[in-house]
Design a protein around this ligand. Structure first.
Ligand SMILES: O=P(O)(O)OC[C@H]1O[C@](O)(CO)[C@@H](O)[C@@H]1O
Ligand SMILES: [Fe+2]
Length: 187
């Protein structure tokens, strides 16, 4: 007889960690992000083992109609004057959207559609972000603490990084102790 009440996992709003041990965890270090930051020599001089972000996922079913749930913990830091950020991706199944929920820290969610239309949304504890289909997304930590965001997305969405080999059209940097958005000059 299955228990009447089964304890669902919850996310600790302070640490952003799941109450249940996440069975899937992926760590991305600076060494894993060649060509992502604008300041290539700054990247080469930085500690390659420096963790930029961890993604913890609940180990749930995948398949048509199933959803993945994961928390991205993005550390504070910069390469040159550019804030730490996730690699960023379109979904392989372009039409698949995603929802982000800010848990802690201060940052931005950069959204860019296939026509290059972009906008930035502030990410803080309690913010909710609807990532429509056909929209690339990148999390950026503009604060001094860990930025954590919970994400829910289709388990069949997949990640297309190649579509963004040229990077996003905006970069977010710190200049004069201010967060600045810089348009990438093509060519
Ligand atoms: O795959 P990226 O662009 O490094 O982003 C990190 C993670 O953010 C998510 O979009 C949500 O956690 C995952 O799908 C992805 O692995
Ligand atoms: Fe995604």
């Amino acid at each position: 007889m299955k228990p009447v009440l089964s304890q669902p996992p919850h996310v600790d709003w302070l640490t952003g960690a799941f109450s249940r041990t996440p069975l899937l965890r992926k760590t991305t270090r600076l060494a894993d992000l060649p060509g992502v930051f604008a300041d290539h020599s700054g990247w080469q001089q930085a500690d390659p083992q420096q963790i930029v972000y961890d993604v913890e996922m609940l180990d749930t079913l995948s398949g048509s109609g199933e959803l993945f749930t994961g928390v991205t913990h993005l550390y504070p830091g910069k390469v040159g004057n550019e804030y730490f950020m996730t690699r960023g991706h379109f979904h392989a199944l372009r039409e698949q959207g995603e929802v982000y929920f800010g848990l802690r820290g201060t940052g931005l969610l950069l959204l860019q559609d296939e026509q290059g239309e972009m906008h930035l949304e502030p990410v803080v504890a309690g913010s909710v972000h609807i990532i429509p289909g056909y929209t690339a997304h990148r999390l950026i930590n503009t604060g001094t603490e860990i930025l954590s965001a919970l994400a829910v997305w289709s388990s069949t969405a997949g990640h297309d990084y190649a579509a963004l080999a040229g990077g996003f059209a905006w970069r977010v940097v710190e200049e004069n102790r201010q967060v600045q958005v810089r348009e990438v000059q093509n060519g």
